[in-house]
Design a protein around this ligand. Structure first.
Ligand SMILES: *[C@@H]1O[C@H](CO)[C@@H](O)[C@H](O)[C@H]1NC(C)=O
Ligand SMILES: *[C@@H]1O[C@H](CO)[C@@H](O)[C@H](O)[C@H]1NC(C)=O
Ligand SMILES: *[C@@H]1O[C@H](CO)[C@@H](O)[C@H](O)[C@H]1NC(C)=O
Length: 436
């Protein structure tokens, strides 16, 4: 049986969020001794965020739940675990899913409080310059929604969305600039969310208007899209940029660099050669962590008052089957880790263990086929998604055989496929000892 609950993040430790004895009362009533049933949570880790009271099945907050830490920017944030009833002779399995809802506990923030910008007085009306993006770890309405610019006659902004979903603004020149009239501007750029109450953060744009008679460099294309296998080695050449500048000498010598607003993550993952415009991989990427990057590169000549040209490079990381499936076997035996105890004469379908498999890859690379070598006496039964029960498939006789070694095999569907094998032991106990 699946049970779903919803809670807000940052609730007081100890708050009760659900009572299983009430929520599954219908199931308990079908058991022989409903009042003596106990609840056991099968969770990983030593300090679970949610704790289950063994006697009454009360689920309460075990530690402060910070949605941003648990799920980063993922919209769907849940804590999932299983609860089984004891004693195991009449085992019931409940799958608990607790959705953690966001509260507006963070403001959008810029990484620098002052953004210097240089614009040529000959810049055409409509010239666009990408600006730093602010970051807000919250999600949905509580996340960065829009930008605004303080009132002025010469500049406007347009809010755009990058491939990774992040929002940024582009500064647009809306009227001809004249350095003799005004050579610099200080405008406030504000990023705000739509939470209740609304939160915002701001930075100052310090715009200098430069005198320029020189031709600016130009890129062949405004943007490029590149597919990058996640196992590509450091040093891989991603793009060979060829900006051109018709000027002679220093005025025509081009220097490539990342635009000043690119994030630290981009600067530590990629490198651009300033002379040749070679964009290379500086640190291995991991599809499971980041699926795409958007890099802004600029080309500037060495002449006086030179104005950079901008180019956008979108890197799409392609998944490679680089993670083995993981197998987690939960045995209900107190004490010894690798041994499950059952009693001789126990009926068919007696609970032996709970198996959970997972694979960090996506698509077929992350799809798992799970098998059990159970000597015909044990079977694997799927409960939901990647969770299985191991149950007896026969009534076992301790005199014939007192111990079985079982093997669980998890294999993904990637090419080539990766697999993991785990063993554990089932001991058949004498029924007399059970009763004394
Ligand atoms: C989040 O959950 C909703 C409803 O369960 C579903 O429709 C949606 O596709 C999920 N979104 C993601 C990003 O997993
Ligand atoms: C830039 O020029 C080099 C040499 O001619 C060429 O190999 C490369 O493909 C060009 N880059 C782009 C992005 O067109
Ligand atoms: C379970 O037992 C039945 C009947 O003896 C047998 O046909 C079946 O193959 C067994 N299942 C497994 C997974 O061993």
């Amino acid at each position: 049986k699946n049970l779903k609950y919803r809670i807000y993040e940052e609730q007081r430790v100890g708050s009760v969020i659900a009572r299983l004895s009430e929520d599954v009362a219908d199931v308990l009533l079908k058991l022989p001794n409903p009042s003596t049933v106990r609840f056991r949570a099968m969770q990983r880790g030593n300090s679970p965020l949610l704790v289950v009271n063994e006697d009454n099945g009360e689920i309460s907050i075990g530690a402060t739940i910070d949605r941003e830490q648990l799920c980063q920017k993922n919209l769907n944030c849940s804590i999932e675990f299983d609860v089984i009833t004891l004693p195991t002779e009449h085992l019931q399995l409940f799958h608990i899913e607790v959705e953690v809802l966001d509260i507006n506990d963070n403001s959008p923030q810029f990484s620098r409080s002052l953004i210097p910008i240089e614009i040529s007085e000959s810049a055409a009306v409509g010239t666009r310059i990408p600006l730093d993006s602010a970051f807000d770890p919250d999600v949905g309405e509580n996340s960065l929604h829009t930008y605004s610019l303080s009132a002025n006659d010469f500049f406007n902004i347009e809010v755009r969305t990058r491939t990774d979903g992040a929002k940024y603004a582009e500064l647009i020149v809306v009227r001809e600039l004249d350095r003799e009239l005004k050579s610099s501007y200080e405008l406030q750029l504000t990023a705000s969310d739509m939470g209740v109450p609304q939160r915002s953060g701001s930075s100052i744009l310090k715009i200098s208007i430069s005198d320029s008679n020189d031709n600016s460099p130009a890129f062949e294309q405004q943007s490029y899209i590149i597919q990058l296998l996640e196992n590509s080695p450091v040093g891989t050449l991603l793009l060979d940029l060829n900006a051109t500048d018709p000027d002679e000498g220093a005025n025509g010598k081009i220097v490539y660099s990342f635009s000043s607003h690119v994030s630290p993550k981009i600067m530590e993952t990629f490198k651009i050669d300033s002379e040749r415009g070679h964009l290379t991989l500086f640190k291995q990427v991991d599809y499971e962590i980041t699926k795409s990057y958007e890099i802004d590169v600029q080309a500037q000549d060495l002449g006086p008052n030179s104005i950079p040209a901008h180019c956008k490079i979108i890197i799409k990381v392609v998944d490679v089957n680089d993670n083995k499936p993981e197998i987690n076997i939960n045995l209900m035996s107190p004490g010894k880790e690798e041994i499950s105890y059952i009693f001789e004469g126990d009926p068919i379908d007696t609970f032996v263990a709970l198996v959970r498999v997972q694979d960090k890859d996506s698509g077929l690379n992350g799809e798992i086929v799970c098998k059990l070598h159970g000597h015909g006496h044990f079977k694997l039964q799927k409960t939901y998604e990647n969770n299985y029960l191991i149950l007896t498939n026969a009534t076992l006789d301790r005199e014939k055989r007192s111990e079985y070694s079982l093997t669980v095999i998890a294999e993904d569907r990637g090419t080539p496929s990766l697999s993991t094998v785990k063993h554990f032991t089932v001991q058949i106990n004498d029924h007399h000892h059970h009763h004394h």
